[in-house]
Design a binder for this molecule. Sequence first.
Ligand SMILES: Nc1nc2c(ncn2[C@@H]2O[C@H](COP(=O)(O)OP(=O)(O)O)[C@@H](O)[C@H]2O)c(=O)[nH]1
Ligand SMILES: [Mg+2]
Length: 396
Amino acid sequence: MQIGIVGKPNVGKSTFFSAATMAPAEIAAYPFTTIKANKGVAYARGKCPHLDFEVQCVPRNAVCDGGVRHIPIEMLDVAGLVPDAWQGRGLGNMFLDDLRQADVLIHIVDASGSTDIEGNSVPIGSHDPVEDIEFLKNEIACWMRGILEKGWDRAARQAYQTGQRIEIVIHEKLTGLGVTEAQISAAMRDVELNSNPLNWSPEDMLQLMHHIRKHAKPIIVAMNKADMADAETLERLKKAAEGMAEPTCAEAELALKKAAKGGLISYKPGDASFEIMDGVKLSEGQKAALDKISEEISRYGGTGVQKCIEKAVYELLDMISVYPVEDESKLTDHDGRVLPDVFLVPNGTTARELAYKIHTDLGDTFIRAINVRTHRTVGSDYTLLNNDVISIVSRK
Ligand SMILES: Nc1nc2c(ncn2[C@@H]2O[C@H](COP(=O)(O)OP(=O)(O)O)[C@@H](O)[C@H]2O)c(=O)[nH]1
Ligand SMILES: [Mg+2]
């Protein structure tokens, strides 16, 4: 699973990415700072079952901090988007290439309106960021349509004549984008199309692409630079994003993480406040900066960065966390580690599908599973619940 950070140049993508991953990325106020896509690891929080079982966990793939698991998720800082990227303008091709890999997008917009459509700095409030939401969706849909249109007439005619389902043709054309046939079928139910695909107009195709994108690459809008934005613009942005939007202060999140790393403050991602560590002497400048951040994050209930990531994972992608263990009574793996791993899987995943995710052999030799919380034996088609602890029994 991968989260793509997308948006125009200069809106705060690299800042957001660095804050979320704490990896160094170039941060500067001019377009095209991020020339090469930047990959890193961000984290979604989950509740560690060690609390319920009253045991001490020994995590392997996700740190446990006082009962909060930090579950790793790949994140990609995508090259800056400019208008007409789909026609290869600017870093258009690179932008779109990166997009292929993403399962969900965090669209960073400059909610303060101080970045124009091309990514140049302009006075606050002189660009309406609401435009950026449509702009991104349109760029992606146009790009997808461009891919679909190559050799379309021939493929569509053949499908029509042989009675082959058109979803299959579309799926073949869009395989490089990581779009599934189920997502295409879902999109086709959303739009009304002529039964003969040869009669689809370019506008029909664009509508279909919009809907495929909605299923295959859902978007949450990060209303960034919220510290300089006005409430009315945030409201309009939220409406344009159909509610899937969060105010963010990426710069504040980055500053807080750096201050925490430097031992100045105690701050946990997602918190709405922080504390200055005992005995730390702050300079006047540091104190003023932290006061300003403190005011900002109390206004929004946090910097919003962690909220965005978790909304992307838990709401848009509808993921749940499950904890596979080998020994159901000790909750350990073969090395004796208690609750070692947590897996993020789509809601609806079955016990056997989980086994396959752990190891192909485990899926193939699956006999049954044990729901450790209830001590019940469950079959291969048992649908996993959030925070399940599962022991898989296999033919070995
Ligand atoms: N006021 C404010 N500025 C921000 C925020 N996030 C980023 N910036 C600034 O916006 C500029 C562009 O940021 P950058 O991350 O390089 O943008 P990118 O081109 O989209 O990757 C930098 O000067 C950042 O410090 C924020 O939340 N508030
Ligand atoms: Mg950048």
